[in-house]
Structure formats: C-alpha cells, structure tokens
Write a protein that binds this ligand. Structure first.
Ligand SMILES: [Zn+2]
Length: 357
C-alpha cells in the first residue's frame, strides 16, 4: 500500500499536478494560474505623469520568471508591434512560469514620436538605469522597471531596433563578463536560441557601468549586473514597421520561451539556425555637422577602404568621405540626411571564428 501511495504521488509529480502554479501578484493584483492580465501602471512625478502598459502571463505550472521590455526607445516600432502580437501568441494555458512583458517602456517617446529621448524630459531611457524614485518621468520609469520587473526576473530580454535614422542589421545579443562566467554562458545560449543569423556579444570587462558604485545606464546592463542572464534583440530599422521584422520579433521571443522551457505543453520547435558570432565592432564617426549621403546599406559585405558614404556642408561641398576601416559586415549605417559632429555614422561587424557552436 505504501508503495502504491508513493507511486501515486510520483505520477502526480510527473504529470505536473503536484507543481501546479499558484496565483501571481503584480502591483498587488492577482493574476490567476493559466491567465493573463494587462496593467496600466501610473508613473507620477512632481509635475508630469505617464503610464507603463504591462502584460503579465501566469502559466499553469510552477516555473521561473522572464522579464521582457519593448519600447525602451519609443520610436523603435518593430519590437513594440511584435510585443502586441505576443499578447495573443503567449498562451498562459500552455505556459510554465511567469512572463512579464512591458509593452511600451517609453510611452512619452512613443506618443510624442520622439527618437532616442523622451520629449518630456529630454532623457534617453536606455542611459537612465537604475533610475530614481524622485526624478523625472524617465528616471521613474527606469526605477519601476528595475524594481518591479528586473528584480523579479530569472532571465531578462530587452527589445530594440534601428531608431529613426538607423539602418540596422537584425541580431540577438548577450552581455558577457569574465567575473560572471556562468551567467554569461547562459546569456550566450539564450542569444543563440533567439534564432537570428548573427549574435553580438557585449563584452563588459572593464566597463565603468559594471562597477558597483556606478550607474548601469542600460536596461539590460542593470539586469546583468544583478546576475541575471540577459539578452537583447535588435530587429527592425529606421523606425518603420516592416511585417517581416515584427514577425521575427514574435518568433524570436517564442524561440526563447521554448529554449528556457516555459512552453513544455507546446510543440517543440526545431532550431536550425547556426548564428555567426560578432565580438568586434568598428565605429566610424562624423567629424562635421552636415548632410550625409550613404553609399551602402546595413547587411552589406564591405572591405577595408571601400567608400560607405560622404558628408557635405549645406551647399554640397564634400567635408568628409567615410571609408570602411575593416573588412566585415555593415551592422549599422545612418541613412537619413542629418549628421552631427561626433555621431557614429557606420558600425562594421567582424565575424568571429566561433568553433564552440
Ligand atoms: Zn533602442
């Protein structure tokens, strides 16, 4: 009889009954197991206020928590529209664990159609982490994401694209540091699982923002500093909505959920992509204010010395010709006319020989 009881409990455990998910509480509100709930979280400062739209998916089985942010830059539309699709494609009835999805971290930038910075306080949210409870809208939004999303996550994903002037290649990315080898290795596996053709490694060794006393500045860096395996998506370009990029954002998040075993009740996907790893990026900046004429587009193969574009003054006189400083892939190129002195005009990616995958 005793053996039968043990067998019975083993069977329950195997079938998942013994690890049924309990309710999840977000902003003191209950999200029942197997359901999703949407929140408009008010962010109120002394003189301004904003909201953060957040969707919480609570699975039917116990598990870990994945935090996701879209719209940290509110003019980067592909991830924002991808997150809209995820409202329907993440099924809490088939989920294990909890997904907290920030639909639009930078609502001021989104509604104000403002690249890079909030039109309200002129701050770049992705240079404002960990934020502050007593600052402006952007500081408070960063603080909320740090305290209410990142600190509650076992894994973290921040989703971006090329902003309004940026033609950008799609890629997954992960944070790496030699003092955090296991967290870095897990991040690498997550980045590979996203399913992009290219994976960029952000090597943070020696970076000031990794020091305890320094601000993390970047959303993902805040998570990584806390020992959370952390990845980024860059998918989409020029602040436009291309359906293929939107679909790719959605698919890559579902790939990640699958890899992290949040979707044990769904059909497993086959990962066929073997990405190229990029650890070395070469930046070329403008020496002048003026008008930029691009000669290449993101994703083009370039060789050292090749012309990538030129900058003129306001009367058509050439001030600077931009040449490729190395062989590689053109990861980013500015493609709209305005250019400011000191801005990065192009980024070339060198492809590593990564034999580990
Ligand atoms: Zn961005």
């Amino acid at each position: 009889m005793k053996n039968k009881i043990i067998l019975f409990f083993c069977a329950m455990f195997m079938s998942g009954f013994a690890i049924a998910q309990s309710s999840y509480f977000f902003q003191n509100e209950e999200v029942k197991a197997g359901t999703k709930k949407h929140f408009l979280v008010p962010i109120v400062t002394g003189k301004d206020s904003t909201f953060i739209p957040v969707s919480v998916f609570n699975g039917v089985r116990n598990g870990e928590t994945l935090g996701i942010t879209a719209g940290v830059h509110g003019y980067e539309y592909a991830p924002i529209m991808g997150a809209q699709k995820l409202i329907r494609s993440i099924n809490p009835q088939k989920l294990m664990g909890v997904v907290i999805l920030v639909q639009l971290a930078g609502l001021d930038s989104f509604l104000g159609r403002s690249p890079y910075v909030s039109p309200v306080d002129k701050k770049n949210l992705n240079r404002s982490f960990p934020g502050s409870k007593n600052g402006s809208n952007t500081d408070k939004v960063a603080n909320f994401i740090t305290e209410q999303i990142i600190s509650k996550s076992n894994y973290f994903l921040d989703m971006h694209s090329g902003d309004a002037p940026e033609d950008l290649m799609r890629y997954g990315a992960y944070y790496s540091n030699s003092s955090l080898p296991e967290i870095s290795a897990k991040g690498k596996e997550m980045a590979y699982a996203l399913g992009f053709d290219h994976v960029v490694v952000f090597n943070t060794d020696g970076k000031a923002y990794m020091k305890k006393a320094e601000s993390s500045l970047y959303c993902t860096a805040e998570a990584f500093k806390r020992g959370i395996p952390s990845v980024d998506i860059e998918c989409g370009r020029l602040g436009i909505v291309e359906q293929a990029a939107v679909d790719k954002v959605e698919t890559s998040v579902l790939n990640l959920l699958d890899y992290l075993k949040f979707l044990p009740l769904s059909q497993p996907k086959t990962q066929t992509v073997k990405p190229s790893l990029i650890s070395n990026r070469i930046y070329t900046s403008s020496k002048f204010d003026g008008i930029f004429y691009p000669a290449k587009k993101a994703g083009d193969q370039v060789t050292k010395g090749m012309k990538l574009g030129h900058i003129t003054d306001y009367f058509g006189n050439i001030l600077q010709t931009i040449y490729a400083e190395a062989d590689g892939l053109l990861l980013l190129i500015i493609t709209t006319p305005p250019i400011n002195k000191g801005e990065d005009v192009t980024v070339i990616a060198k492809i590593d020989q990564d034999l580990s995958k």
